[in-house]
Design a protein around this ligand. Structure first.
Ligand SMILES: [Zn+2]
Length: 421
C-alpha cells in the first residue's frame, strides 16, 4: 500500500500539551514535562506491505536534519492501546525499514492498524509522525469488491453474479434484523466471502482468532463467511450472511452487554434474521417435542450442546423460541429483553432464569412451558420428517474444526496476551 507524503501535525499540538498540563495537579516532574515538546516528523515515500499472517513491512525515509541513529516505531489497532513499540536503526541515507513478525504475535484479522514513527531528541524534544492507517487484510487471495451504501462485499471465487447475490442477501439481511432490532452502528460493513471453511478458519487462526461454532468473532472489524459457488450458494448466502450480520450488529449495539446475553437469545435472534429456514428445523422440533426430548432453555444459557445432534436441535429451538417471543410480545420486546439481561450484570444460571421477568413478566421456565404449548398447537406432518444425518454431519464439521483450531491457537493467544473479542 503506497501512501503519499505525510501531512505535518497541526500547529495546535504543542498548545494542547500545555493546556492539558495546566489542568493537572502539581507534579514533581512537571517542570521536565513542560520542557518536552512534540513536533511533526515528516517522512517521504512511506510504504506498508502486508504479508498476512507473516509480516508487516514498513519502509520510509526522512531528512535527518537532527542527530539520531535510531527511530522508535509504534504499532497499534484503531482506537486501541499501543500493541508494539520497537526501536530500529536509521540507515545512512535516512531510510528506515521495520518488519513486524505477525506470525509470532498475531494482529487482529481484518482490522485497521496504525503505525507511527517517533524520534526522541536531547532536551526532551520529541518528533512524531502522524499515524498511518493500513488494513490488515488477508492478502493470500485476489479479493474483488462490490458495494451498496455502507455494505461492502469482498470475494475471490465465483463470477460477479455470485457477489451480487451475496450483496443482495446482506441488504435483505439488514432489513430483516432492523425489523426486530435497531441498528445504531454507522460503521461501514465489510463482508469477506471465502470459498470454503478451511480458508476461512486458516485466516482467523493466522490472526490469532478461532472460528468458534462456525462464527466470526463478533468483535472483528469485518464479517467472514464461507460459501462455495455452486448449487447451494443461494441457501448458504441467505442463511449464513444474515446470521453473521446479526451477530455483528448485536455486538456493536450491546457492546459489553453482548456477553451478558444467554446463548439461546443471541443465536435465536441471529437465526431469526436468516432469510431461509433450514428444511429440517420444523421436523426436528416436532420429533423432539413428541418424544419429550426438547432441551430446557435454562440449559442453553451459557452454551449449546457440543454433540452435533444436540447443537442442531438447540439452534432449531432457539430460533422457534425467539420467534414465539417476538410474535407474542411484539417487535420491540427483544431490545427490552437484551437491556434487561445487560442490566443484570454477569450472566449466570440464576440471572438467566429470572432475566425474562423484567421484560416479559415471567421467569424463563414459565416462558419455556408456554412455548412448548404453542408447539403442540401446530399441525404435525409426519411426511416432513427427513433424514437429519446430512445436517448433523454439517454441525459436526462446524463444531470439530474450531475445536481443532482452538487447541492449536491456545498457546499463541496466551503469548500474545489479548483476550477474546
Ligand atoms: Zn450464531
Amino acid at each position: 500500500m503506497q501512501f503519499p507524503r505525510y501531512r505535518v501535525l497541526p500547529p495546535t499540538s504543542r498548545l494542547i500539551l500545555v493546556v492539558t498540563l495546566l489542568n493537572m495537579p502539581p507534579l514533581h516532574g512537571a517542570v521536565r514535562l513542560l520542557q518536552q515538546t512534540k513536533d511533526a516528523l515528516t517522512l517521504e515515500g512511506a510504504k506498508i506491505v502486508v504479508d498476512y499472517g507473516k509480516t508487516v513491512t514498513f519502509t520510509a525515509r526522512f531528512e535527518a536534519t537532527f542527530p539520531t541513529e535510531h527511530v522508535t516505531i509504534l504499532l497499534k489497532g484503531h482506537n486501541e492501546d499501543t500493541l508494539h513499540v520497537e526501536e530500529i536503526p536509521v540507515n545512512a541515507d535516512g531510510t528506515i525499514e521495520f518488519i513486524y513478525n505477525a506470525e509470532h504475535d498475531p494482529l487482529p484479522p481484518f482490522g485497521t492498524m496504525l503505525i507511527q514513527a517517533r524520534v526522541d531528541l536531547e532536551g526532551g524534544r520529541m518528533l512524531i509522525s502522524e499515524p498511518i492507517p493500513f488494513a490488515y487484510n488477508d492478502s493470500r487471495f485476489p479479493w474483488q469488491t462490490i458495494s451498496q451504501d455502507d455494505l461492502n462485499m469482498h470475494w475471490y471465487a465465483g463470477e460477479a453474479s455470485f457477489a451480487a447475490e451475496a450483496l443482495k442477501a446482506a441488504v435483505s439481511g439488514l432489513e430483516s434484523i432492523r425489523s426486530f432490532f435497531p441498528i445504531t452502528s454507522t460503521e461501514p460493513i465489510h463482508i469477506y466471502v471465502y470459498s470454503n471453511p478451511v480458508d476461512l478458519q486458516d485466516a482467523l487462526a493466522m490472526g490469532g482468532e478461532t472460528w468458534a461454532a462456525g462464527h466470526t468473532p463478533p468483535g472483528l472489524d469485518a464479517i467472514l463467511a464461507a460459501i462455495e459457488p455452486g448449487p447451494n450458494q443461494s441457501f448458504e448466502m441467505n442463511t449464513e450472511i444474515p446470521h453473521e450480520l446479526a451477530h455483528w450488529v448485536l455486538f456493536r449495539t450491546l457492546r459489553e452487554g453482548y456477553h451478558r446475553q444467554p446463548v439461546w437469545l443471541l443465536e435465536g435472534m441471529a437465526s431469526m434474521a436468516e432469510l431461509d429456514t433450514p428444511p429440517d428445523h420444523a421436523s426436528a422440533l416436532q420429533a423432539a417435542h413428541r418424544t419429550g426430548t426438547l432441551l430446557p432453555f435454562t440449559d442453553l444459557c451459557a452454551s449449546f450442546p457440543t454433540d452435533a445432534g444436540g447443537a442442531f436441535l438447540a439452534y432449531a429451538q432457539s430460533r422457534s423460541f425467539v420467534t414465539y417471543i417476538r410474535k407474542t410480545y411484539g417487535d420491540a420486546v427483544l431490545l427490552r429483553l437484551t437491556r434487561a439481561y445487560h442490566n443484570r450484570g454477569i450472566l449466570d444460571g440464576t440471572s438467566c432464569a429470572v432475566g425474562t421477568i423484567e421484560a416479559l413478566g415471567m421467569p424463563l421456565g414459565q416462558l419455556d412451558e408456554n412455548w412448548r404449548k404453542s408447539l403442540a398447537l401446530q399441525e404435525y406432518d409426519p411426511n416432513e420428517v427427513h433424514n437429519l444425518a446430512p445436517f448433523i454431519a454439517v454441525m459436526a464439521l462446524i463444531l470439530i474444526v474450531p475445536l481443532w483450531g482452538l487447541l492449536e491457537q491456545t498457546s499463541k493467544r496466551r503469548n500474545h496476551g489479548r483476550g477474546p473479542t
